[in-house]
Write a protein that binds this ligand. Structure first.
Ligand code: FAD
Length: 383
């Protein structure tokens, strides 16, 4: 793998950073307090191409490669993880599986709308009683003539109250993963309801929702892939999503590093800048190593995707390492800011609150370790 970025990749990263420094960074604290971004940001993000980064040009996207995608996710994570989540769920989790598993009709119907930001999408997998164990999900889809009728509920769904499209995982067959199917459900279908969950620790600017489906009737053409393929579609999507979370976490680490370096140079104690204390440099050095190591792990996974090689374990390693490292970096940054790190005048408290969920969603750290352990030993620890 060549680690030298191309001129196009460097330009994209700079463009993304300049845009986010102007349109997101100055507002992120206010959006966090208000528990909502200004949704006008969605159109601006779309205009610069964030929602179409890896969607091919024929469907309205930029057709970019996965390393470029990681660069975009890193810049979004550095600016505001709440905003990154809006993009990475809509385009990353949902758009990409429509691309890999959808019919031409489904691709033409949804991908241009997702790429243009006109339609946000959400990913409806987690249920109140099934988080780490989605193969046991309870939401049901029953065939009725030319339609399916969906009943059930989902929880913690990012973009849930804003989305026009929901990728819903529901049971069409018997128990276990093989009975799960995936459906592309327009959220204006009668019987679909969403309710925002307030009071989150972090990612407060994005809409996280509880969804309910009461006799939601959709044409059979809304089935993504074939009956019983839903679980493998979900896992395929999450594998790629983990690369995005990893890259977003690198952005958090980088943001913490930059903030801590600036502050440690300006702030003096004992008549010397904090940066001159070896114990402060120790904290900064750990952040710097974690940023580089996280970047290499995510780029490696991205490179495998690009080459069409198996990437699931590499994605788990990237997600596990980067999410844990993001929490460490935010913790170190708060330590360097002292009491000022504990209030929201500086970005580090928000980095900490946002980082905390990264070890939970799209597969907790424990689940990543089980997947990595299974790959190493060939023995499934689930059973
Ligand atoms: P549980 O599965 O109940 O786990 C609780 C604890 O038990 C964890 O520490 C876990 O690691 C541990 N555990 C569970 N099983 C094992 C095991 N076999 N071995 C060892 N330890 C184990 N979901 C979506 O579908 N779409 C979304 O867009 C989405 N967005 C989210 C946004 C936010 C802000 C949050 C908080 C969650 C979101 N989620 C979403 C849900 C998220 O993916 C789940 O919360 C996550 O998968 C964990 O499930 P759970 O919360 O039910 O925890």
């Amino acid at each position: 793998m060549d680690l030298t970025l191309t001129e196009e990749q460097k330009e994209f990263r700079q463009l993304a950073r300049d845009f986010l420094n102007k349109e997101v960074v100055p507002h992120r604290a206010a959006w966090d307090r208000a528990e909502s971004v200004d949704t006008a940001i969605v159109e601006k993000l779309a205009d610069i191409g964030f929602f179409g980064m890896t969607i091919p040009e024929e469907y309205g996207g930029l057709g970019g490669d996965y390393v470029t995608y990681c660069l975009g996710m890193e810049e979004l994570g550095r600016a505001d993880s709440a905003v990154r989540g809006i993009v990475s769920v809509s385009m990353g989790l949902v758009g990409k599986v429509i691309l890999s598993h959808g019919t031409e009709g489904q691709k033409h119907e949804w991908l241009p709308r997702i790429a243009s930001g006109e339609a946000l999408a959400c990913f409806g997998l987690t249920e109140p009683d099934n988080g780490s164990d989605p193969g046991n999900l309870k939401t049901k889809a029953v065939r009725s003539g030319d339609d399916y009728v969906i009943n059930g509920s989902k929880i913690f769904i990012t973009n849930g109250t804003w989305a026009k499209l929901c990728l819903v995982f529901a049971r069409t067959g018997g128990p276990g993963p093989k009975g799960v199917s995936a459906f592309l459900v327009p959220t204006d279908t009668p019987g679909f309801e969403s309710r925002e969950i307030h009071g989150k620790l972090g990612l407060r600017g994005q809409a996280t929702a509880e969804l309910s489906f009461t006799d939601v009737r959709v044409p059979a053409g809304c089935l993504l892939g074939s009956e019983g393929q839903g679980f493998s579609i979900a896992m395929h999507s999450l594998d790629k999503g983990r690369v995005s979370v990893g890259a977003g976490c690198v952005g958090i680490i980088q943001g913490c590093l930059e903030a801590a370096v600036d502050y440690s140079r300006e702030r003096t104690q004992f008549d010397r800048p904090l940066a001159s204390f070896q114990l402060v440099q120790d904290l900064i050095a750990d952040m710097s190593v974690d940023a580089d190591a996280g970047r290499l792990l995510t780029w490696r996974a991205a490179d495998l995707i690009e080459r069409g090689e198996p990437f699931g374990t590499a994605a788990s390693k990237a997600k596990y390492f980067c999410s844990e490292a993001a929490v460490r970096a935010a913790n170190n940054a708060i330590q360097i800011f002292g009491g000022y790190g504990y209030v929201d005048e500086y970005p580090v408290a928000k980095y900490m609150r946002d980082a905390r969920v990264m070890t939970l969603y799209e597969g907790t750290s424990q689940i990543q370790k089980l997947l990595i352990g299974r790959a190493e030993t060939g023995v499934s620890a689930f059973l």
